[in-house]
Structures are given as structure tokens and as C-alpha cells.
Unconditional design. Structure first.
Length: 461
């Protein structure tokens, strides 16, 4: 006897190891980094759980290049700009150093890996390996349930029930920043907020596949994300949440009036907001106030310091991850006093940070990457089915995640956090892959576009 060739249905239903690995790595990038466990060797990279899990992904990319699964020769404009940006980073580190000049300064090599190299690699991986509805559903569920975990952890942090928080390093107030906020495994409230919103967005999209009790569970779980956003006590995350709601109300298609989907959470937010209206101008974040201006002063001083650094080296920059040592050594006492009392500070604007550290070539190349990704979203519009997980609503999900990412980046330096950079570039790779396959109308691409396999088979009989 011989084994028959698998049908299209069987091919879709078979477990996909690369996608499972990617999902596990995404969670490990947030939770199981150096703060959880690391083997450290002098003059060598730290060995962490998430990096060990990433090794098979690298091997899959390499094997895919030889087998043709990963094709970097066609429709590769974004990848070319990524490669050029990586080259600029390597040149910058060759000039200023791959290692930090002092233990308290950020490592250029770490910033390069977490901010750019690994996210660019996961873009290529997603473009080649996350190719059908089952793959996308697995990623969406991973981010949604991870978001629920972050919501519960945020409550425990905010309620000062830190003894119940896992992993334990989250409750260690001696490491990380934003001690008074829900910072999650990132040890940073804005990054925690980005991850929470990513889970919220994925959960909203998953609702269309749920019925009965499952739908009730997902709707109830989504309510957890609203207080979790507040527990971050971060205004940029509030703004990103508002933008997400506006995008979904304006462009996400539902078979029922969208106001029904958000009526209850919106009513709760309005009631709580009205009840706490007098506190809104308070400087106490935990009381609901948003009028804390000290951080605004620090950001203004950082912007001024960045402008001074950029004006001196506009074409080469001060070097990748060299903003803190360069600014603290050169301009201490020359910019507003408020920054002198704030300690070591990252640049609080991603684009300005790139311009300061890698000059005009670096910022132009990075902008080219972002612009071409956004252009790809526009090109993909109209090429997806009207309904379904892989339909036009998926593009709304991807745009929402990028909107959250870009809004938050206006107020923070994200290049030192792997998870926050990986998620948007993963979805960008997914969108780029969908677009490329839409240009090749065959049976395989129709499966990728989430048409029913049985309909496809009948159409070819």
C-alpha cells in the first residue's frame, strides 16, 4: 500500500512547527529574557531562554533560503532597505564600539539585536512561514492569551499584591523603572501597555470566530484590558488605546452595529471618567490624573540635548546606543537642570534617537522601511476577502498594531525591548507575504487568502 498525497484540507490542518516555534519565542522574548535566567560569559553574548528558542528560527530561515521557501530575490524592496539599515548599524558600531563604554550604559550590540536585527528577521520569517488562516489564528490566540496574563499581572502590581506575580523579577523593585506603575515582565509601563493593546486588538479580531459560551468568555476577557491600560499609568498608552478604538469603529466590518460591541466597556469608561473628573488635572497618576508635568520637562530637555548632538554630527551621528554616554559626558550642565536630576535617560523619541545616533543616513533608511511597510498596507487593501480571519479586517488589525507602535515610539526609545519591536514587524511581514501571494493567483495563494478549500477544489474540477 502507498500513502495517498494529502488533500488541501489535510495540508491546512497539519501542525506547523515553525509557527509554533515563533509563538513560543514571542512569549519568551517578553518573559524569559535576561532578567529571568541568563548564562553570562565574558566577551560573549548572554545565553537566555528566548535566544536558545530563536536558534531554530534562524535555522529555518537559512534552510528556507536553500529550499526556496524564503525568497529574497523578488518583491524585496523592504528587505533591501532593512539590509542597508543593518549595514549602517554595523558601520556605526565598528566606529564607536560594539560593547558599552561603561557598565551603566546600554550595550550597542544588544540594542542592535533587540531593536533591529531580530525584528527584521522575524519580518522575513512571517512573510515566508505564516501563510494561512490556521497560522494566523495561532499567533492571534497566543497574543490574546498573553494579553490576559498581562492584564492579571497588571492588577496584582497595581493592587500591591506582588507576592502573587510571576515571574518573580517583576516584583523586584530594585530593577527596572516605573516602580509605581504596572510594568509587567518588560519592567517598563509603556512597553507593557503596547503588549496589552496588541492582545486587545487580537482578541477583538478573534471574536468573529467565536460562538456561544466561547464568545461570552472572549467578550468578558476583553473587558480586562481597559483597566489594565489604566494600570500602566502611561498617557501614550491612553492615546494609543483611543486611536485603536477609533480605527476599529471606523473601518472594522461587523455583521452587527459596532456600537453594540463596545457599548458596555465604553459606558463603564464614561461612568468611571465622570466619577473621577475632578482628578483628571491631578499630578497623581494613581488617582487618575494626567497633569504630571515633570516627565514632560525631562522629555523637553532630552529633545534639546538631542538637537545639540545632531547639529554636531548630522551625517554620522554619535553612534548606535551612544546617546546616553555622549550626552551625559558632553552636555552635563549645558541643558536644563531637570535632566541632571533624572539620572541616566534614554532618548524619549525613537525617530529623533535614530537621527541623533546614526545621522541622516540612518534616519532616512529607517523612514524608508516604515514608509514602504505602510505603503504595502495600502497596496494590500482590496486584495483580501470581504470576510473571515484573513479578510479585510485583518488589515485593520495590522494597521492598529502599527498605530500603537508608532504612537508609543513618539514618547519612548523602544530599541532596547525585543518584544515591542517584534510584534509590529511580524504583522508587517504577514502583510507583505499576503500581498506577494496575491500577485500569484494559484490554488496555494487562494488558500492563503482564506477561501474555503472545498470551494477551491470544486472550482478546479
Amino acid at each position: 500500500m502507498y500513502a495517498p498525497h494529502p488533500t488541501i484540507d489535510q495540508k491546512i490542518e497539519q501542525p506547523n512547527l515553525p509557527v509554533v516555534l515563533a509563538a513560543i519565542w514571542i512569549v519568551s522574548a517578553a518573559v524569559f529574557g535576561a532578567n529571568f535566567y541568563a548564562l553570562r560569559f565574558a566577551g560573549f553574548l548572554d545565553i537566555t531562554i528566548e535566544r536558545l528558542i530563536f536558534l531554530p528560527i534562524i535555522l529555518l530561515l537559512l534552510s528556507g533560503m536553500f529550499s526556496g521557501k524564503v525568497d529574497l530575490q523578488k518583491n524585496n524592496t523592504i528587505e533591501i532597505f532593512m539590509g542597508m539599515f543593518v549595514l549602517v548599524c554595523l558601520i556605526s558600531m565598528t566606529i564607536t564600539g560594539f560593547l558599552p563604554s561603561a557598565p551603566q550604559f546600554p550595550s550597542p550590540w544588544f540594542v542592535f539585536i533587540s531593536g533591529y536585527l531580530f525584528p527584521f528577521m522575524i519580518f522575513i520569517f512571517a512573510k515566508s512561514y505564516i501563510v494561512n488562516e490556521r497560522h494566523v489564528l495561532f499567533i492571534l490566540h497566543t497574543l490574546f492569551f498573553f494579553g490576559i496574563y498581562l492584564c492579571l499581572t497588571s492588577f496584582l502590581e497595581f493592587a500591591d499584591l506582588r507576592q502573587f506575580v510571576f515571574p518573580r523579577y517583576i516584583a523586584d523593585l530594585s530593577i527596572g523603572i516605573h516602580i509605581e506603575r504596572a510594568r509587567g515582565p518588560f519592567l517598563n509601563a509603556p512597553f507593557n501597555g503596547v503588549a496589552i493593546l496588541a492582545g486587545f486588538i487580537c482578541g477583538l479580531h478573534l471574536l468573529q470566530k467565536k460562538e456561544g459560551f466561547k464568545r461570552f468568555f472572549y467578550q468578558a476577557a476583553l473587558l480586562l484590558f481597559f483597566p489594565a491600560v489604566f494600570f500602566t499609568l502611561t498617557r501614550a498608552i491612553y492615546l494609543a488605546m483611543l486611536a485603536t478604538v477609533i480605527i476599529f469603529l471606523g473601518w472594522y466590518k461587523t455583521p452587527f452595529p459596532k456600537w453594540k460591541m463596545i457599548a458596555l466597556p465604553l459606558a463603564i469608561v464614561l461612568v468611571v471618567g465622570l466619577a473621577n473628573a475632578p482628578r483628571l488635572l491631578s499630578t497623581d497618576r494613581r488617582a487618575g490624573g494626567v497633569y504630571q508635568v515633570v516627565e514632560v520637562d525631562i522629555r523637553a530637555a532630552l529633545l534639546e540635548r538631542s538637537a545639540l548632538l545632531f547639529s554636531e554630527k548630522p551625517f554620522v551621528g554619535v553612534g548606535l546606543a551612544q546617546f546616553i554616554p555622549a550626552s551625559s559626558q558632553t552636555y552635563r550642565g549645558k541643558t536644563p537642570y531637570v535632566i541632571e536630576t533624572a539620572g541616566t535617560q534614554f532618548q524619549h523619541n525613537h525617530l529623533l534617537g535614530i537621527a541623533t545616533e546614526m545621522g541622516i543616513p540612518g534616519i532616512l533608511l529607517y523612514l524608508a522601511i516604515v514608509i514602504h511597510i505602510l505603503r504595502r498596507f495600502k497596496q494590500l487593501a482590496g486584495k483580501l476577502p470581504e470576510a473571515g480571519i484573513m479578510g479585510n479586517n485583518l488589515l485593520v488589525v495590522i494597521v492598529s498594531i502599527w498605530c500603537v507602535y508608532l504612537i508609543n515610539n513618539l514618547f519612548v526609545e523602544p530599541s532596547n525591548n525585543l518584544f515591542v519591536n517584534v510584534i509590529p514587524f511580524l504583522f508587517a511581514g504577514l502583510a507583505d507575504g499576503l500581498y506577494v501571494r496575491s500577485l500569484q493567483p494559484d490554488v496555494t495563494s487562494q488558500v492563503f487568502m482564506s477561501r474555503s478549500p472545498m470551494r477551491i477544489m470544486r472550482s478546479h474540477v
